[in-house]
Write a new protein. Structure first.
Length: 348
C-alpha cells in the first residue's frame, strides 16, 4: 500500500541504473522492477537491433521471456514477465541514432508512468542515458545536404583544403576530402578541434570519428557543443553499480568465454547471411568488429579473442570515465543498497 501511495504521488519519477559492461545491470534492474512494479527501458545502443542477441548480452530470459535464449531453458515456471522497451526494434541494416532513441525513450517512460508503473532506464551507453536525463535538444544538427555557401562571405581552408570557418561547402565535398585522410589523421584532427568528443568517442570507429569532424566542418560548431539542454520534467534517481576495475575485467573475460560457447560467432555468421555488410558489422564495434575480422581471415582465432578482450577492457574504462563525471550518481554495491535508495527516493 505504501508503494502504491508513493507511485500515485510521484508520477514523474524515474530510476536510472548505469555502470560499465559486465556489472550485472540487467539482472539487478529486473529484480528491482519486480519488487517496485516497474518497467525497463534499455539504454544500450546495440540492443535496439534485432538478431544481435549474444554479442550485446540481451539476456531476455532475465525479463521472464518464455522463449529459450543464449543456452538457457527460458523463464522460471510461474515467473511473470517484466515489461521492457527499446530492445529488438530495428533491423541492423538500418541506421539509428541518439535523437531517435531519445524520442522513443521518452515515449516509453511516459507510457510506464501512465500505467502507474515505475520506469527504470537501464544501460551502459552514456550518451543515450544522458540524452534522456539531461534533455539534449537535437535541433542544431548539420545543415541540409548540398547547402550552398553565402555569396560574398569568405571562408578559410586548412592544409587539406577543407573549410574551417564562416561558411561551408556542400556536405559531399567535405566528406570526399575527409575520405582521403587516414583514421590516424582524422583522430589527430578531432583531438585538436574537439578534445571533449575525442576523449569519449570510439577511436577505432572511423565512421564516428569522421562524422564528428563533418559536423564541425558543416556547422562551425563542435559536436560536443551541439547539444542544447532542456531538463526533462522528471524526478530522477541515478544508481551506479560499483566494482573494482580488476573485478570488472575478470567478469568481462569470463563472459566473453561464455558468449563464444553459446554461439556468438554463429550469430554473426547469420547476420552476414541476412545481408548485414562487413562494414556495418565493423561499425557495431567490439564483438561484431573483431569476430567479423576473424571470419574474413584478417585475424586468427586466438588474435580475435585477445584483441576483443582488450577492446572490451578499454571500453569498460571509457564507460567508467563517462559516468564518473556525473556527480549525481549514487554508487551501490548490491541490491540491498539499491532498495534502500529507491524506497527513500519514492517517499520524498
Amino acid at each position: 500500500m505504501l508503494f502504491l501511495k508513493c507511485m500515485q504521488n510521484n508520477q514523474k519519477k524515474l530510476i536510472v541504473i548505469v555502470g560499465p559492461t559486465a556489472t550485472g545491470k540487467t539482472k539487478l534492474a529486473v529484480k528491482l522492477a519486480r519488487k517496485f512494479k516497474g518497467e525497463i527501458i534499455s539504454a544500450d545502443s546495440r540492443q535496439v537491433y534485432r538478431g544481435m542477441d549474444i554479442g550485446t548480452g540481451k539476456d531476455l530470459v532475465e525479463y521472464g521471456v518464455d522463449k529459450p535464449s543464449r543456452g538457457h531453458s527460458g523463464a522460471q515456471k510461474g515467473q511473470k514477465q517484466v515489461p521492457y522497451h527499446l530492445i529488438d526494434i530495428i533491423n541492423p541494416k538500418n541506421p539509428f541514432n541518439v535523437a531517435k532513441y531519445q524520442k522513443l525513450a521518452y515515449k516509453a517512460i511516459a507510457g510506464a508512468q501512465y500505467a502507474n508503473k515505475l520506469p527504470f532506464l537501464v544501460g551502459g551507453t552514456g550518451l543515450y542515458v544522458d540524452s534522456v536525463i539531461k534533455g539534449f535538444q537535437f535541433n542544431l544538427d548539420v545543415i541540409p545536404s548540398g547547402a550552398k555557401r553565402s555569396v560574398g562571405i569568405p571562408f578559410r581552408k586548412d592544409k587539406h583544403g577543407i573549410a574551417t570557418s564562416a561558411c561551408w561547402p556542400p556536405r559531399n565535398d567535405i566528406r570526399r576530402k575527409l575520405d582521403n585522410l587516414s583514421l590516424k589523421q582524422l583522430s589527430a584532427r578531432l583531438q585538436k578541434i574537439d578534445p571533449e568528443t575525442f576523449r569519449i568517442i570510439d577511436l577505432k570507429n572511423r565512421r564516428r570519428v569522421q562524422r564528428a569532424l563533418e559536423i564541425y566542418y558543416e556547422t562551425g560548431k563542435k559536436k560536443s557543443d551541439q547539444q542544447e539542454i532542456k531538463k526533462p520534467d522528471l524526478d530522477i534517481l541515478i544508481l551506479g553499480i560499483k566494482f573494482p576495475l580488476e573485478k570488472i575485467y575478470q567478469r568481462i573475460d569470463s563472459r566473453l568465454e561464455t558468449r563464444i560457447k553459446e554461439g556468438m560467432i554463429k550469430e554473426i555468421k547469420k547476420l552476414r547471411k541476412q545481408g548485414v555488410s562487413w562494414k556495418r558489422l565493423d561499425e557495431f564495434g567490439l564483438e561484431y568488429r573483431y569476430v567479423s575480422r576473424y571470419l574474413r581471415g584478417l585475424l586468427t582465432y586466438d588474435e580475435m579473442v585477445e584483441q576483443l578482450m582488450m577492446a572490451i577492457h578499454h571500453f569498460a574504462k571509457r564507460q567508467l570515465t563517462w559516468f564518473n563525471r556525473n556527480k549525481d550518481i549514487s554508487w551501490i554495491e548490491n541490491i540491498r543498497e539499491a532498495e534502500i535508495e529507491i524506497k527513500r527516493f519514492l517517499q520524498k
